[in-house]
Ligand binder design. Structure first.
Ligand SMILES: [Fe+2]
Length: 140
């Protein structure tokens, strides 16, 4: 196990979402450090809550933007978000009930999810933003 290093290949090409994904990577790395340093349950639960809150914020932003550009794979993206929300909440309960073992499970899920979410699902929407008419330019 090691920290996740941001790679250029993670960029989806939309600055806001690249920044948000970057922040998610930072949170995952905080979780890694907590596991590595055998941090207290309070510390781990706080990071876990931060991951949940931030991913919720990120998903809401993505969903709104994808609706605006009438992204054809919107339903697929929404159901993935729903699945990830449910899984993250389930793992949050596991951390509560089975600390510290549950922390490792949570960390592994986050890493796998990150790669799958960004590299597979989110990468697909990049080109649609380039094609969509810009709302700023629409009035000119
Ligand atoms: Fe995303």
């Amino acid at each position: 196990m090691s920290v996740v290093k941001w790679r250029d290949s993670y960029n989806v090409g939309i600055e806001q979402f690249d920044q948000e994904h970057h922040k998610i990577v930072d949170l995952i790395n905080l979780m890694f450090e907590a596991v590595r340093d055998k941090s207290s349950k309070d510390v781990v639960e706080k990071i876990c809550q931060d991951v949940l809150s931030y991913t919720e914020y990120h998903f809401a932003n993505e969903e709104q933007a994808l609706r605006e550009i009438k992204y054809p794979n919107l339903e697929e993206q929404l159901s993935e978000h729903a699945r990830l929300r449910a899984e993250t909440q389930r793992l949050q309960e596991i951390i509560k009930d089975r600390f510290p073992e549950g922390t490792v499970e949570f960390y592994h899920f986050l890493r796998e999810w990150l790669i799958q979410h960004i590299l597979e699902s989110d990468k697909k929407y990049g080109p649609y933003f380039q094609q969509a008419p810009s709302s700023e330019g629409a009035a000119t």
